[in-house]
Write a protein that binds this ligand. Structure first.
Ligand code: HEM
Length: 448
């Protein structure tokens, strides 16, 4: 149960450097309790009923927190992730069709092609007995994939380098103390100089590409084309250039590091759980027979999907999401004053022993459809929930499924002896210092 830590400074340090210890200290929350800390009221929630109250039942009374806005708005502008109210609703309506699972199926072959290109570079490292850091490898391949999904022709080499350098310096953007303590919203928050520079660079590139597209008028069948052409069913309006740019930047930022990190944890979990790995290999070999996986194979390799789902249960890429109450509310009989922050702890909910049998065990079979029907809809929410759930979840799952199948078909990844892995990060939960792994070829004939 909750062990006392020495105040807000320690909480702040832990949030950035050791969130898992902090979650352990918070522990499972019985009932609903608000705590006062400096300028605000806070609650941590690990009960799916409370999560449903905030994200679904009374979602209209909640908005993203000042912390999230302070962190993300200077980078993403008024994109889907940061906007609110009727503006957000309209943007979501216009963007949703582009992310529909039927539309994104067209990206499957390209996802496999990019993964194979990555694997071609692994052979040399394997031959030399070098380890490969899996996290940047996954980041690069998901970056390539989101770039080609967004702009069918990809980016010029210079643009691609500019965008990925900018994104790299943005990912280092850490929470600052004053954001955490809930200082009033009207106090200005200035992003650091390198963040401002990265934002300028990425916006400049995206603005130029949108202008070129407007000039050629063509539908390239990519995400940008879909978003440019999409009309609000209610008003017939399309997005302005500024809105398009904010959505493109949002999808870039939200749509590659997240999936890359989920895959990184998946390879870690497979090394730790050899019986699961063996069963996965058996499924892949039996169905794919050393051929490249395709869209039509995905339904025939369900265990691979379950492995990803179970990984995201134990290592949720986004370990917590938060909301701020707009007006007064009541949760489980407790009065929630306006302005209170409700922190929905995905990590702890995913390990709640009231919901999960042997919650610390890695068991992909939990996600067999025959075992999920009785589960609370918000017991598992790696993609959030309610109307503001991740718009890219189908994209991310298809991508992770195809990448996992393509990699695991050809390679076993092994952590060096004695290497300790520790999760860090307050927005995206990642292994500290990356994930160096040795490569063992499985079936060389399956490498294309
Ligand atoms: C494993 C990969 C991913 C994870 C774990 C993830 C997680 C999440 C979560 C938890 C939220 C909700 C945040 C909140 O409620 O405060 C969210 C929202 C969002 N995600 Fe993802 N995401 C992933 C991949 C993607 C991809 C691939 C894309 C785009 C192609 C994307 C685009 C977005 C956008 C635009 C939103 C904001 C939606 C809205 O508020 O309307 N995400 N994501």
């Amino acid at each position: 149960m909750a062990q006392k830590r020495s105040g807000i400074l320690e909480v702040f340090r832990l949030l950035n450097e050791d969130p898992v210890t902090m979650y352990r200290d918070i522990g499972q929350q019985d009932g609903f309790r608000l705590r006062r800390a400096l300028f605000n009221n806070f609650a941590t929630v690990t009960d799916p009923d409370h999560v449903r109250h905030v994200l679904v039942t009374n979602a209209g009374n909640y908005r993203k927190t000042p912390i999230a806005r302070a962190l993300l708005e200077p980078i993403l502008g008024r994109g889907l992730l940061t906007s609110e109210g009727s503006f957000w609703r309209r943007q979501r309506r216009i963007a949703a069709p582009a992310f529909h699972h039927k539309r994104i199926r067209t990206f499957a072959a390209m996802m496999v092609e990019e993964t194979q290109a990555m694997l071609a570079g692994w052979r040399e490292a394997a031959a030399a007995g070098r380890t490969i850091d899996i996290r940047p490898e996954m980041s690069r391949v998901t970056m390539q994939i989101i770039t080609r999904s967004m702009f069918s022709h990809g980016l010029s080499e210079a643009d691609a380098r500019g965008v990925s350098d900018a994104i790299r310096s943005l990912s280092g953007n850490q929470l600052r103390f004053r954001d955490l303590i809930g200082l009033p919203e009207w106090l200005p928050r200035f992003p650091r100089a390198e963040v401002r520079e990265a934002v300028r660079a990425i916006r400049g590139t995206v603005d130029r590409i949108i202008a070129e597209r407007r000039a050629d008028g063509g539908d390239h069948g990519d995400l940008l084309g879909m978003m440019m052409l999409a009309r609000d069913e209610e008003t017939g309006e399309t997005m302005t250039d500024r809105q398009l740019r904010d959505e493109v930047v949002t999808v870039f930022i939200a749509g590659h590091e997240t999936t890359a990190t989920a895959l990184t944890w998946t390879f870690y979990a497979l090394d730790k759980h050899r019986a699961v790995e063996e069963r996965l290999h058996k499924e892949l070999d039996g169905v794919l027979r050393a051929g490249a996986p395709g869209l039509d194979d995905l339904d025939r390799i369900p265990y691979a999907r379950m492995v990803i789902e179970e990984t995201m249960r134990l290592y949720p890429t986004v370990p917590q999401i938060a909301r701020q109450a707009i007006g007064e509310d009541r949760i489980d009989g407790v009065r929630v004053p306006p302005g209170a922050i409700i922190n929905m702890n995905i990590w702890l909910t995913h390990r709640n022993p009231d919901i999960w049998v042997a919650p610390e065990a890695f068991d992909p079979g939990r996600f067999d459809p025959s075992r999920t029907s009785n589960r609370h809809k918000l017991a598992y929410f790696p993609f959030g929930g309610g109307a503001r759930a991740c718009i890219g979840s189908s994209f991310a799952m298809m991508e992770a499924h195809l990448i996992l199948a393509t990699v695991a078909q050809a390679w076993r990844l092994r952590l060096p002896q004695g290497h300790q892995v520790h999760p860090i990060g307050n927005v995206v939960l990642r292994p500290k210092g990356g994930l160096p792994m040795h490569l063992e070829a499985r079936a060389p004939r399956s490498i294309h």
